[in-house]
Design a binder for this molecule. Structure first.
Ligand code: HEM
Length: 426
């Protein structure tokens, strides 16, 4: 195989397929060879240039003019004609949001939509997050066994996301199914039959988003980030455009909940699979923020992200031609020993964990990162206080097959209800 520049492709690069088991199970491990030998390579199976080292990924994130984010939400698997037909029937028109918008439109938009993310604005959501987590814990605390994903790790972040956005907290099960379809549509490799199914769900999600948006537009202004956007759309329609509003309504529901749900699941999995670390955290809850950060580094929920080059450019000694599609594997950068000492260790005392790339970097860096962090922190605080003797069950983990959003579909844990601190010392 050869790359678009005519250079021959190494056997490892030719074999690389992010939909194969190694990457799906552990993307950082699957790219160890690349970090060591060939940190920038062309993948003929994917049609992308894959970048695996920390410094190279950061340099790409830093320069969003040379490396445009416009393809960030494009379907990574080209859609079939049948799937396109289905989407057309639903008048599907997903377009630019924030994350895939070029300059200068992006910064102009981002700047006028920042108010919802001040530390005070975010802190105002904390009591609600805690109440939701406590209610979910009350429901299972005497049970002794649970799948935490099914019981709360998806539903709490979705409720928080809808509340943050001001979107009515309805149709939760349906939104969860829509989100999975959006993930497969954007980052998956659905089979031809699945493509049609996924397109049906994505089309319905698009229509749903439009209905909710129109309903919110018809109402007086209320609390929530979507209401900020609706207001800015009225005040400055050339900055916060109509197309942006509808596309964002759909994209943000996914961005604000799946990412956090999976990050929380990954954190509990990593911590509980190291009982000594979990016990240490229970004894020292002030380490919770560091533990959450180390988990985002070691096992983040966004493992890769995309850019497209606007001119010929060198990355890590390799020339990528104009129009080159790039897959930055942040999970790999987060395990790069050139930046993180003993990167495969899970170390809650690591002093540079916060340098991880899981939230991206530079002018598009995740706006919701502190909301996500707060939710993870509150989940950990409540579990550590009420179920410190929690244990991970033996289980085989499964993942929704895709290149970017990563976390187990279920997380089975057990505990002895007679040991609950609240029972022993009510
Ligand atoms: C952008 C990850 C939670 C809203 C991003 C990007 C990543 C990411 C990788 C792209 C960054 C780049 O291109 O440099 C995550 C992870 C989360 C999380 C891992 C949870 C652990 C959230 C939440 C919200 C949110 C809770 C909403 C309230 C956004 C927005 C952008 C973004 C609006 C686009 C920013 C821009 O392009 O200017 N996120 N996210 N995210 N995220 Fe998050």
């Amino acid at each position: 195989a050869v790359s678009p520049t005519g250079c021959p492709v190494s056997p490892e690069a030719a074999a690389f397929d992010p939909f194969d088991a190694p990457y799906q199970l552990d993307p950082a491990e699957a790219l160890r060879w690349s970090r060591d030998q060939e940190p920038v390579f062309y993948s003929p199976k994917l049609g992308y240039w894959v970048v695996s080292r920390y410094d190279d990924i950061k340099a790409i994130f830093r320069d969003n003019l040379t490396f445009s984010p416009s393809i960030a939400l494009e379907k990574i698997t080209p859609p079939s004609d049948e799937a396109l037909e289905v989407l057309k029937r639903y008048d599907y028109g997903m377009n630019r949001t924030l994350v895939n918008e070029d300059e200068p439109a992006h910064m102009a938009r981002r700047r006028v939509l920042l108010d919802a993310f001040t530390p005070e604005a975010l802190e105002a959501h904390a009591p609600m997050v805690r109440r939701l987590v406590r209610e979910k814990l009350d429901a299972i605390i005497d049970r002794g066994r649970a799948d935490l994903v099914a019981e709360m790790f998806w539903e709490v972040p979705l409720t928080v996301a809808l509340h943050f956005l001001g979107v009515p907290e309805e149709d939760m099960e349906q939104l969860r199914r829509f989100s999975a379809a959006h993930t497969l549509n954007t980052w998956g490799r659905p089979s031809p039959e699945q493509q049609v199914e996924v397109a049906e769900a994505v089309g319905k999600f698009w229509q749903y988003s439009g209905r909710v948006l129109r309903k919110m537009q018809a109402q007086p202004r209320s609390e929530g980030w979507m209401y900020d956007m609706i207001e800015k759309n009225r005040e400055m329609p050339e900055v916060v455009t109509d197309s942006y509003l509808h596309s964002m309504m759909m994209a943000i529901i996914v961005a604000a909940h799946e990412t956090t749900a999976l990050a929380t699941t990954n954190a509990f999995r990593q911590l509980l699979s190291r009982p000594a670390v979990w016990d240490e955290l229970c004894a020292n809850p002030e380490l919770i923020p560091s533990a959450a950060e180390e988990s985002l580094r070691h096992s983040g929920s966004m493992v890769s992200w995309r850019r497209i080059t606007t001119c010929d450019v060198e990355v890590g000694g390799v020339t990528i031609p104009e129009g080159g599609r790039i897959l930055m594997v942040m999970a790999s950068g987060n395990h790069d020993p050139r930046h993180f000492e003993n990167p495969d260790d899970f170390d809650i005392y690591r002093d540079n964990a916060v340098d991880h790339l899981t939230f991206g970097y530079g002018s598009h860096q995740c706006m919701g990162k502190n909301l996500g962090r707060m939710e993870m922190r509150i989940f950990l605080e409540e579990f550590i206080r009420r179920l410190p003797h929690l244990e991970l069950e033996e289980q085989a983990f499964t993942f929704l097959p895709n290149t970017s959003l990563r976390g187990p579909e279920a997380l089975w844990v057990r505990w002895d209800p007679t040991l609950n601190p609240e029972r022993r010392d009510p």
